[in-house]
Write a protein that binds this ligand. Structure first.
Ligand code: F6R
Length: 606
């Protein structure tokens, strides 16, 4: 979602702000802007649309100053226009803000009554105006910021700049991440340490409720009661090189191709002896667990759905999947011996975080499965496990999803062992199945050109259906999500058996169905569904293994032969061609596959 950057140093701020905003582009945004201070005066430049529009504006109308703040906005309150872009400013205060001010309407009404004038439709504009009001009343910068944040409800990461003070950036954090980066004569601010790659590795993470005053003299941090507090510096290992595309045209393609390596790392972890002890999860009383709740959003939720089959099959533990955004609205019962597992790439997804907080409040066992170990969820969960996917920059989750699946499979296997539901032989078969996965994924990556031809056909159709049974059902949901978000082709995923309960009425010549059907005990049933579709003129794209394709491949419009793997691991294998299908469809349609419209990488609002 929105991205924040700040700079206080010896060089001109605007090129540095712009470059750092480029590193935040992956998060998704629809307008951008910066403020600098020169000779005591605030200079604000903003542009709707891509960052290149702001860059062009800055070429035509350059602004000077060795202090500045910048922002990429993902619209929540008010359209993606220049006037609604951040920074939002009053006469003397300029602000960039991530998050949502929930009580902005009340504050706005009050300020209007007091004679303050609003220009934008944003919730953010109340922040500079409120701060301006306290400055007008004679309060110091520090007191004005503290009085302002004390009145705000919601979540925020905010940077303040003040006219006539080119030696002060004030920060406030509550619910949205904010970091300070230190280098010799320069201080940086960012909503994501990634934006500072190549600039500094020395980072201070602000905690919830913190505010901070940054000047050339140093940084003072205050806690939620506005008392001075020390926050230690940590070193992050992100290199500028990690942010390059490594010869691929898009991050998405690079990340799809990184899967054999990323999965090998995750698989090595979960197949080593006592891996849970080493991952510091050893104290979780796994032998007492009687049920598993799995929570996540979007792709992460589909990982949860797949894993619920594994927990039931491998460990005979009831596994229940929950859409994190719906969880707390039904007053869920948290049983003392249930384990709630939260799955999130970013560790910042507001809905998943709020579900985690609900479980913690109700004293439930909790474990988060995360890619970002410096995230809020990592800090707040009792236990967390890394997925080893490394940086994922494309908005669509690809390698994070398959790495999440490996860790979840490893956990289900471990529980199967602990609960004595798996014989040594069965365990070894699963282990071997996992170890073989990276090699099979390489085989599928070689099918890219074949998949591109199928994508060519798909892009001629306005709709597509993805169906499967058993583990192929959540895999179908993921395939449909990936296609719709990347190619804007309307796609639905569905349990194959549900087709005849309504959706089959949609089938016609231009409505293809992607059928996921490994040759297992469900194959014949799915085959019947294919026949039902074909007898209504619906085109079929069949993904199966050699045996399945031998059986029905000649009768379908397109087929793709995938390796035969351990039956429980098919979701990991069948996901790879679906990722490539979505990728090629987006590219054929000339779309920005790394930054699909309206989407953000990390969804930090509920
Ligand atoms: C889809 C996608 C999203 C995310 C979802 C959760 O490709 O990326 O559906 O999976 O927004 O994000 P995280 O995993 O960061 O919690």
């Amino acid at each position: 979602m929105c991205g924040i950057i700040g700079y206080l140093g010896k060089n001109e701020a605007s090129p540095i702000l712009l470059e750092s905003l480029r590193r935040l582009e992956y998060r998704g945004y629809d307008s951008a802007g910066i403020t600098t201070i020169h000779n005591g005066k605030l200079f604000v430049k903003k542009a709707a649309g891509r960052l290149v529009n702001l860059a062009d504006l800055l070429v035509k109308e350059p602004i000077r100053g060795k202090i500045g703040i910048g922002h990429t906005r993902w619209a929540t309150h008010g359209k993606a226009t220049t006037i609604n872009a951040h920074p939002q400013s009053s006469n003397n205060v300029s602000v960039v803000h991530n998050g949502i001010i929930e009580n902005y309407k009340e504050i706005k009404k009050q300020l209007i009554e007091e004679g303050y004038f609003f220009r934008s439709e944003t919730d953010t504009e109340v922040i500079p105006l409120l701060c301006q009001k306290f400055l007008d009343q004679g309060y110091s910068y520090t007191d004005s910021v503290h009085q302002t944040v004390d009145l705000l409800k919601g979540q925020y990461a905010i940077c303040f700049l003040f006219e006539n003070n080119d030696d002060l950036i004030f920060l406030a954090r509550s619910g949205s991440p904010l970091v300070i980066g230190h280098s010799r004569s320069t201080t940086y601010v960012a909503s994501d340490a990634l934006a500072l790659a190549g600039l500094t590795k020395e980072i201070t993470y602000l905690e919830d409720g913190d505010t901070a005053a940054i000047s050339r003299e140093g940084t003072t941090i205050f806690d939620s009661s506005h008392k001075n507090v020390h926050r230690s510096k940590t070193f992050v290992s992100i290199n500028a090189i990690d942010l390059q595309k490594g010869g691929f045209k898009h991050y998405m393609l690079k990340e799809i191709h990184e899967q054999p390596k990323a999965l090998a790392k995750a698989i090595q972890t979960v197949t080593s002896e006592n891996w849970l002890d080493e991952a510091s999860v050893g104290n979780l009383p796994l032998d007492e667990i009687e049920g598993v709740n799995l929570l996540g959003c979007g792709t992460a939720e589909y990982a949860c759905m797949i894993a619920s089959y594994w927990f039931e099959n491998l460990a005979k533990l009831p596994g229940r999947t929950e859409i994190a955004s719906e969880f707390k609205y039904r007053d869920p019962i948290i049983k003392p011996n249930d384990l709630s597992i939260f799955v999130s790439q970013s560790g910042e997804t507001a809905d998943t975080l709020s579900a985690l907080r609900y479980v913690i409040k109700n004293k439930g066992h909790n474990l988060s499965i995360l890619n970002n170990l410096a995230s809020t969820m990592a800090k707040e969960s009792t236990y967390s496990l890394p997925i080893h996917a490394d940086l994922e920059l494309s908005v669509a989750s690809t390698k994070a999803f398959t790495c999440q699946l490996v860790i979840l499979a490893g956990l289900a296997l471990e529980l199967g062992k602990i609960r004595k539901n798996l014989s040594r032989k069965e365990y070894e078969q699963y282990r071997e199945g996992l170890l073989n996965l990276p090699g099979y994924i390489n085989i599928i990556l070689d099918l890219s050109e074949e998949i591109r031809k199928i994508a060519q056909f798909l892009t001629e159709c306005p709709n597509a259906l993805f169906i499967g049974r058993g583990l192929m059902f959540p895999t179908a949901l993921e395939g449909a999500l990936k296609l719709k978000e990347i190619s804007y082709i309307h796609a639905e995923g569905m349990a194959a058996g549900e087709l005849k309960h309504g959706p089959i009425s949609l089938i016609e010549r231009t409505f293809p169905t992607v059928v996921l059907a490994p040759s297992d005990y469900l194959f014949d049933k799915t085959k019947s569904n294919m026949e039902e579709i074909q007898s209504r003129n619906g085109p079929i794209i069949l993904l199966s293994d050699a045996r399945g394709i031998d059986d029905v491949g000649k009768d379908v419009d397109f087929s793709l032969t995938l390796p035969k793997v351990h039956p429980l691991l098919t979701p990991i294998i069948y996901t790879i061609p679906l990722q490539l299908l979505a990728y090629h469809s987006g590219v054929i349609k000339g779309l920005d596959v790394d930054n699909p419209r309206h989407l953000a990488k990390s969804v930090t609002v509920e």
